[in-house]
Design a protein around this ligand. Structure first.
Ligand code: PMP
Length: 290
């Protein structure tokens, strides 16, 4: 991804794509002092931009570093990246990390940096697979407890278990993996939150050790706006066989139907299809956005 045309916002300036580099002794690379965002622009508007910029600052603060850019400045920088690259529809990646000003575990003396890139990223899962529902396996790794890691932070370090679980899924012939949490409860996929449907009600796990996704909260509202009951509660694996439908939510994944998790099959039902459409209508401004 480093050899292409375009502009990347880097510590306050737009730099050519190929020159947006860091040193090998970057603190964030060695000790995971790095946090990031993922957001999408649809038709020139970055969906829920301020929520993403705020979460970036909060993610960094949870790791103990303060970004010297305000939420408004990050919002403006994201818009600048989009227009500098002449894009209206893009996936955007703000990333903040501690730099190469010093070495050693202690972050003291290492400075926070921020870069923002944008590129075209179509559907996260191949549309022909999503149409029938993607196939998940069970991840070999579990989400850590909130006393083991800052699980509310979109921290690069927390993606190690996601990355390994995703690789396990792909090498076993699946599209993604369902991760349980440290207690053994259903948690989320490797880059998206999970929902189930039963008797026309929506069920989703309590986000007490994984991201309470911006898409997750949006889709909960969309369901409620349709008069659908939303139950946020603990979900254990022995309940999986009783659910009729299942879908994932995330900025990249949007709303993606799930066809199976290991041996349990789900149908791509009316409510799932409705929420896929409602989310699409919302991001393209065809539904009011509060
Ligand atoms: N969980 C994980 C592990 C993720 O990477 C994402 C994507 N950011 C989500 C959940 C969903 O979050 P959001 O809807 O805010 O994109």
């Amino acid at each position: 991804y480093d050899d292409r045309d375009g502009w990347i916002w880097f510590d306050g300036k737009l730099v050519p794509w190929r020159e947006a580099n860091v040193h090998v002794l970057t603190h964030g690379l060695h000790y995971a002092s790095s946090v990031f965002e993922g957001q999408r622009a649809y038709n020139g508007t970055i969906f829920k931009l301020t929520e993403h910029s705020e979460r970036l600052r909060r993610s960094a603060a949870l790791l103990g570093f303060e970004l010297p850019w305000s939420t408004a400045e990050i919002d403006a920088a994201c818009k600048e990246v989009l227009s500098a690259n002449g894009m209206t529809d893009a996936y955007m990646r703000p990333v903040a990390w501690l730099g190469s000003e010093k070495m050693g575990v202690s972050p003291t003396g290492a400075k926070p940096h921020l870069a923002i890139a944008a590129w075209e990223w179509g559907k996260y899962y191949p549309p022909e697979k999503a149409e029938q529902g993607i196939r998940l396996t069970i991840a070999p790794w579990r989400r850590p407890a909130p006393y083991t890691a800052p699980t509310e932070s979109k921290a690069a370090g927390l993606y190690m278990i996601c990355m390994m679980s995703k690789k396990h899924a792909e090498t076993s012939g699946y599209d993604d993996a369902l991760m349980f949490d440290w207690r053994g409860r259903v948690a989320e996929a490797t880059g998206a939150n999970i929902f189930f449907v039963r008797d026309n009600a929506v069920h989703t796990p309590v986000p007490d050790c994984f991201l309470d996704g911006i898409t997750r909260r949006t889709v909960m509202d969309l369901a409620r706006n349709r008069g659908v009951e939303v139950q946020e509660r603990e979900i254990w694996p022995d309940e999986l066989e009783s659910f009729e439908q299942c879908f994932l939510t995330g900025t990249a994944a949007e709303v993606t139907p799930v066809g199976s998790i290991g041996p349990w099959d789900f149908k791509v039902g009316d409510l799932t299809r409705q929420l896929v459409k409602d989310y699409d209508d919302l991001v393209y401004g065809r539904l009011p956005n509060d």
